[in-house]
Design a protein around this ligand. Structure first.
Ligand SMILES: Nc1ncnc2c1ncn2[C@@H]1O[C@H](COP(=O)(O)OP(=O)(O)OP(=O)(O)O)[C@@H](O)[C@H]1O
Length: 646
């Protein structure tokens, strides 16, 4: 029973989405659908009447009143059959608009799931990630759009069934109801069966199908192409793909077979009921209680009752669509978002389908007046901060306190896995701490957007946007994105001016060789572009600049020179540098070594804190790491002024 009420709920959600996406066009489509169903019913009646009047008309001859009546019914039937396709065409045209807006709305809803909660904890939750991926995959399937477009055809068909029912009920109301009911039962059972399959596809198989898709993409995409050939992985991947896919689909196949019997039963009922109803009609006709005109009309009407039954591919497309929308709404609610966004994109142009417009609950950031040169340096305060990743039980950071005054440059160093990047992510508010407080100029970065905008970070795995150089640099600058002077200065400060000179289309060159007139960059060039993005952020209002090892692809000397330059151009700013190469960060005002502070604690704290000279003089962990790196590098025959990477 639950399955049947559930399908009613899904259709109700579908109706709400259509209404939200395109209210005017949806109402227009309903009107057209009613008109279309009416022409079908009228066509049935007119044809029946025409056939019924023909014998008398033929007998009475041309010009007789009977012949006139036949002509009238003929004209009416032709009008119905000609008008029907015209209305249908109009309905399709309006349906296109509705589907474009519907897609836009659903795209916004998905984008909001990915972007609206500022923290990234939810995206690392395997269940959320699996569902989000399943929704995105289902949206890419052609059935998703077809499902929306077919809504109106399905509605028109069902309504034409109502017309046929009224006509058939004129002959025998209970027989007509019985026939219509048997078709409806079959449709209900089939819809519930399809919904189970789609839910299984979306839910139960989410992770396994994700694995299978991942392996398939490895085989067909550029990123793994080199290793795939070098390690001879092709056969292994093909095998892995087919087993992952089979494992994923086993649940679907099993449920598909297990739930088949209600469909077989409903089909048998429909067959028996309809045989009985037609036998009843035949009996009435032979007894003379049904005229020839009525017989033709009722036969057509009874056949048209099939409109209440299963409607093939169109219905499964709509079923798939409603399953996806239901899952999306549930996912949104789980993340604390409203099921449906409050604002309608109906007023927006339907095409092209663009990325999400500002979402309802995230206040659009009003461009603030940005100082011409640079914004004020920020003060950073971490007090007794403890944090553990959702997928772990032990804390990664434990009771860590750090005060960074405005304008200081600080290097964060520590061994692999010490928690340097985690500390930076906490500073950006990407995760809220479990305990303790993090403040930037008094604001909480995990809760306050204006505070977050004060921090500009380039991570080790910074994004290489396949977009023009202008965007790759300008994305850092928020409100100054289009200010060429700001971008040029940032690129120059990052040591990337020569790169600009080499690009044929200058700032407009797309940084990807997958585009005509685009070009890819070397690892080092990409790092300079990323660095320029961080520097551009200063003009955009950032008060803290963080470089979390985005320079690993540069050689030792280049990284050291770049960091020195970075410290020079950002003098007076609050800056944080993370690097394994201690020589690269030795010129920072202050060096903070993080690591295990106490054997009873699993999380990281501050082990040492001071300037390069102070820490070297103290002869602690930093001094030992520095000397070790220097010795290794010297042994490798390089200059003694630079220190070996790792
Ligand atoms: N998203 C995550 N989920 C769970 N654990 C994580 C996640 N990211 C990092 N960790 C774990 O947290 C610990 C600290 O990682 P982090 O990346 O902060 O170290 P790091 O000092 O920056 O390391 P490296 O020098 O290698 O870059 C590691 O044990 C790592 O495995």
């Amino acid at each position: 029973m639950h399955r049947y009420t559930e399908s009613a709920r899904r259709y109700a959600l579908h109706a709400r989405l259509l209404w939200r996406a395109a209210p005017v066009h949806s109402v227009l489509n309903v009107v057209l659908v009613v008109a279309s169903a009416a022409t079908v019913t009228f066509g049935i009646v007119a044809t029946g009447r025409l056939i019924g009047t023909l014998p008398a008309a033929v007998k009475a001859g041309v010009g007789s009143p009977a012949a006139d009546r036949a002509w009238w019914w003929l004209a009416a039937a032709v009008a119905a059959y000609v008008t029907g396709p015209l209305i249908h065409a109009a309905e399709n045209a309006v349906a296109q608009v509705v589907s474009a807006r519907y897609l836009r709305l659903v795209f916004d809803m998905v984008a909001e799931v990915g972007t609206a909660p500022y923290g990234i904890t939810h995206l690392e939750d395997p269940e959320v990630a699996g569902r989000l991926d399943a929704v995105k995959r289902a949206m890419r399937d052609w059935t998703f759009v077809t499902g929306v477009e077919q809504t109106w055809n399905l509605l028109a068909t069902r309504l034409s069934g109502v017309g046929a029912l009224v006509v058939a009920a004129n002959w025998n109301w209970w027989a007509a109801l019985l026939a219509a009911g048997s078709y409806a039962l079959m449709a209900k059972v089939l819809v519930a069966w399809l919904a189970t399959i789609f839910d299984d596809l979306l839910e139960a198989t989410g992770n396994q199908r994700r694995q299978a898709s991942y392996v398939r993409d490895l085989m067909t995409g550029a990123p793994a192409a080199k290793e795939l050939r070098l390690f001879g992985l092709a056969d292994w991947l093909v095998h892995r793909y087919s087993t992952a896919w089979r494992d994923a689909m086993t649940v679907v196949w099993r449920n598909r077979h297990r739930n088949l019997w209600p469909i077989l039963l409903a089909s048998a009922i429909t067959l028996v009921v309809n045989a009985g109803v037609f036998a009843l009609l035949a009996r009435d006709a032979s007894a003379g209680t049904v005229s020839l005109a009525s017989l033709v009309t009722v036969v057509q009407a009874l056949l048209a009752l099939e409109a209440f039954g299963p409607l093939g591919d169109n219905q499964s497309a709509l079923g798939r669509n409603t399953s996806t929308a239901t899952m999306l709404v549930a996912l949104r609610r789980r993340l604390g978002l409203p099921g449906l966004p409050a604002r309608s994109p109906a007023a927006e142009p339907a095409e092209p389908v663009e990325p999400a417009e500002p979402v309802e609950h995230v206040e659009p950031v009003e461009p603030e007046p940005v100082p011409a040169a640079r914004s004020a340096a920020a003060v950073i305060e971490l007090r007794e901060v403890t944090f553990h990743y959702p997928s772990r039980t032990e804390p990664t950071i434990e009771r860590l306190s750090l005060h960074i005054p405005a304008g200081q440059s600080v290097a964060i160093v520590g061994i692999n896995g010490a928690g340097k990047s985690t500390l930076i992510k906490l500073l950006c508010g990407l995760y809220p701490p479990d305990a303790g407080i993090i403040r930037i100029d008094g604001g909480d970065p995990s809760a306050d957007e204006a505070t977050r905008n004060r921090v500009a970070v380039i991570f080790q795995d910074f994004v290489r946007y396949h977009l023009p150089l202008r965007d790759n640099v300008g994305f850092g600058a928020h409100t100054r994105h289009d200010d060429d002077a700001v971008l040029a200065k940032a690129l120059d400060d990052a040591g990337g001016t020569s790169l600009l000179d080499r690009l044929e289309r200058g700032w407009d060159t797309v940084l990807s060789s997958e585009y005509a007139e685009g070009t890819d960059l070397s690892g080092g060039q990409w790092q300079r572009v990323a660095l320029a993005r961080a520097l551009a952020a200063v003009a955009g209002g950032a008060g803290v600049l963080v470089l979390d090892e985005p320079t690993a692809a540069l050689d030792v000397r280049a990284e050291a020179a770049l960091f020195d330059r970075f410290l020079e151009v950002t003098r007076g700013m609050t800056t944080l540098l993370v690097s394994h190469r201690l020589s690269s960060v030795r010129h920072a005002d202050r060096i903070v070594v993080i690591g295990s502070t106490d054997p009873t604690r699993t999380g990281t704290g501050i082990v040492e804190d001071g300037s390069h000279e102070e820490l070297m003089a103290a002869g602690g962990a930093y001094a030992r790491m520095f000397s070790l790196q220097a010795a290794r590098f010297a042994a490798a025959g390089a200059s003694e002024t630079a220190v070996d990477p790792r």
